[in-house]
Design a protein. Structure first.
Length: 149
């Protein structure tokens, strides 16, 4: 049990029905369903356009739309000296490039884009081009976004 993955996972929470829709209500799953399954489940997110579900849909759509950048593009770390921001660029053979910025800190962090963005691809917090290209920005705790350069 000390080396089992079971300590770090629970059954998929599909909906708010008993056992979170993971198995029939009258069947007891071999792993306990998390107590929050009535509130946090896949079905509750599909109708919320600001949910994690829809954020990931947008991420995957942008990845498919820009496959030359995100799948086949060259990877380069950006601002390696910053301890709280993980930023990297991906560059396609044709010169198209994107920048992904992630604040992994639990507090707000100041940061400046190293180049002008030309399109915001993903920003769950609603970042705009004007805001991102206006100099130093304040990244919210655990905020991430992706832009085309």
């Amino acid at each position: 049990q000390l080396k089992s993955r079971d300590n770090a996972r629970t059954p998929m929470q599909w909906d708010a029905t008993p056992n979170a829709g993971f198995t029939a209500a009258e069947v007891t799953p071999w792993m306990r369903v998390n107590d929050n399954y009535r509130d946090i489940n896949a079905a509750s997110q599909t109708s919320d356009p600001d949910s994690v579900y829809h954020c990931w849909r947008r991420v995957l759509e942008k990845r498919k739309e820009h496959v030359d950048i995100f799948v086949y593009g060259d990877f380069q770390l950006v601002d390696e000296a910053h301890e709280k921001v993980f930023a990297y660029s991906r560059k396609a053979d044709n010169g198209d490039a994107a920048l992904v910025v992630c604040n992994f800190a639990a507090e707000t962090v100041s940061w400046t884009l190293p180049a002008k963005a030309r399109e915001v691809l993903i920003s769950p917090t609603g970042r705009t081009l004007e805001e991102l290209n206006g100099g130093e920005i304040q990244l919210a705790p655990c905020e991430a976004f992706a832009v085309l350069l």
